[in-house]
Design a protein. Structure first.
Lengths: 295, 317
């Protein structure tokens, strides 16, 4: 027994019955597209997080004599912007704010929307009507319009942009959470928990949350893609970040005037938004099909 | 059918009132006194008090809302602070341009989306499906304002084929259906079409796949129906849902045009909204958002009715 080969060790866990989430995890790990997206996202997140230690140029330090250098200029691999600041450094540092303002609204909306939807779906009755009819009101606005309306009224700023996007996404997540919860509510195991004396709060927290979180999480992951585009869009309009902060949407805005001089440098920040957005979308698709065990 | 329409309209009334309430409250969530935007910086106390009474800002909020709603129902949305002209006429003039853009974009986006979606769904898991789904996912993930910039870079700056900004020669605001004007419409319309194209492709692909796996399709094939006729049945079954998604997308294009209109300086409601925000022209902001939201609600109502008209099962639900 002491001489156990590596293959025997690896084969051992396979005989054990795998749980649902382990199966889902394995299916995602096998999906090439999802893995590539996860890799790209990790790369972008890590470089944004570690930006100060990557030996980059100062993203705020401009120079009037080296404005709008082309991509591939020595020392400036991605050129310089309209104030002569290093584009590579600004794109990497820009990830910090861009990712925060794009992802935080979805996280906030996930927490608030899941709670509202869970309560509405489980308690039902008048409370459900009150919550869901309020949600309907926000559905009467196209989401871009609602985001612009709130942020336009509140005024420019990072916090206001996060608040307005959170308000846009809460109703969407609440609807998904409510419909998933309603589906689970009448299942036998919930009935069994109720029969054995569990209170509504315990049932929601212990028995239902685990069963509804999956689909809501997948939906929220897809929303990050929309949120990244809208958050950068608000900055692009001048409603989010303020100069000289590096942020992809704002960079696109200030570089707009440069499209006649150095067009491809001006388009770079959009490539970053696009990359993050498409990766989250594909990852969300991958998770959805991995969780759909019937396939 | 009439009972169904009547019921839908009754459902819409509370929504319309709530939408109006949200628009009304927008002005009151703005930091500081809503009067600041109207008032010259060196205004005296008396003038401030006078204007406060004139605008009704000294009354309790519910009374203000009631009065505002009453005036709005009579088509009075106040006047723009920047231009002094009535908000409603400003908005309606701009909305016309937005409708032109949205309809042009819908023609492109819906046609391509339906085509890609049907083909991808029919040839599921083949290379054709993969190409169509890749285009669709790129379409829904692309920051469209950036795509607009890229289009300008390619077709205006580099190739010099199409104008970069505006809605007509010499910066004219009046639209005409001739080539001189159409040139200005092409880039913004294509840019606007990308997102609906992606969403419709994805929806229709999923729909087609679901319908094809149903028993009745098997039965149609078993009785010897030609594939083309089977396909016709698939389209018929996919139509109600596809229609609903298209209606919603048209609404999004009308209401969410601010980014594209800013990129292309297209003189529609989005550009109006943009200037209202940055000039702190609150009555104009409020009015534009109200009109666009009501457009959206009406459009959704029409889609519901159209859906029920082509699919009798919905009326009973």
């Amino acid at each position: 027994m002491t001489v156990m080969s590596d293959t025997a060790l690896q084969a051992a866990p396979a005989t054990k019955a795998r749980g649902y989430w382990a199966t889902v995890g394995r299916r995602i790990a096998r999906d090439k597209v999802s893995m590539v997206c996860a890799f790209v996202l990790v790369l972008i997140f890590a470089s944004a997080l570690l930006a100060p230690w990557l030996g980059l140029a100062d993203p705020y330090q401009g120079s009037m004599i080296r404005r709008l250098r082309h991509i591939g200029t020595p020392n400036y691999p991605l050129g310089t912007d309209e104030l002569g600041r290093d584009m590579l450094a600004r794109l990497i540092y820009g990830g910090r704010l861009s990712l925060i303002i794009g992802i935080l609204p979805v996280i906030f909306a996930f927490v608030i929307g899941t709670s509202l939807g869970l309560v509405a779906g489980y308690v039902g009755g008048r409370l459900n009507t009150a919550i869901m009819r309020t949600v309907d009101v926000f559905y009467a606005f196209p989401s871009v319009l609602l985001a612009i309306a709130i942020s336009g009224a509140l005024g420019a700023g990072i916090v206001n942009s996060i608040v307005s996007l959170t308000i846009v996404f809460v109703p969407q997540i609440t609807r998904v959470a409510e419909s998933v919860t309603t589906g689970v509510r009448n299942m036998d195991f919930v009935e069994a928990a109720r029969a054995s004396g569990a209170g509504p709060f315990t049932i929601m927290r212990v028995h239902m949350l685990g069963n509804v979180l999956g689909p809501i999480f997948v939906y929220a992951t897809g929303l990050i893609s929309v949120s990244m585009i809208l958050a950068a869009g608000l900055s692009f309009l001048g409603l989010g970040t303020k100069p000289p902060e590096p942020e992809w949407g704002l960079m696109l805005n200030t570089l707009r005037t440069a499209i006649y001089i150095n067009p491809w440098v001006a388009a770079l920040p959009g490539v970053m938004i696009f990359a993050v957005s498409i990766c989250f979308n594909l990852l969300s698709d991958g998770m959805r099909s991995a969780m759909d065990i019937r396939n | 059918m009439f009972a169904y329409i009547a019921r839908r309209i009754v459902y819409v009334i509370p929504i319309v009132i709530s939408v109006a309430l949200v628009c009304f409250l927008l002005v009151h969530i703005t930091p500081g006194d809503p009067l600041v935007a109207v008032l010259p910086a060196d205004a005296s106390q008396e003038l401030a008090a006078q204007l406060r009474t004139a605008y009704g800002f000294d009354r309790p909020l519910p009374v203000q809302f009631g009065l505002w709603l009453w005036r709005a129902l009579h088509g009075d949305l106040g006047s723009s602070i920047a231009t002094g002209r009535p908000v409603l006429s400003e908005v309606l003039r701009a909305v016309g341009n937005t409708v032109t853009l949205a309809v042009a974009a819908a023609l492109i986006g819906f046609t391509l989306g339906l085509m890609f979606g049907l083909i991808a769904g029919y040839f599921r898991d083949t290379w054709i499906d993969k190409v169509a789904t890749s285009i669709a996912i790129a379409g829904v993930s692309v920051p469209h304002y950036w795509l607009g910039m890229v289009m300008v870079i390619i077709f205006s700056v580099q190739l010099n084929w199409l104008p970069a900004v505006g809605a007509g020669p010499g910066g004219s605001g009046s639209w005409g259906w001739d080539w001189e004007h159409m040139k200005y419409l092409i880039l913004p319309a294509i840019t606007t079409a990308v997102i609906p194209m992606g969403i419709i492709t994805r929806t229709v692909r999923a729909l087609t796949g679901d319908i094809l796996s149903q028993d009745f399709v098997e039965a149609l094939r078993a009785k010897g129906m030609r594939e083309l006729d089977v396909f016709r049945h698939v389209i018929k079954n996919a139509a109600p849902t596809a229609l609903a998604v298209m209606g919603l997308q048209l609404g999004y294009m009308l209401g969410g045009s601010i980014l594209i209109e800013t990129v292309f300086s297209w003189p529609g409601s989005g550009l109006l909204l943009n200037s209202a925000i940055f000039q702190r022209d609150l009555p104009l902001l409020q009015g534009t958002i109200l009109v666009l939201a009501l457009f959206f609600v009406t459009l959704n109502l029409l889609v519901d009715i159209a859906q029920a008209a082509i699919d009798p099962r919905i009326k009973r639900g």
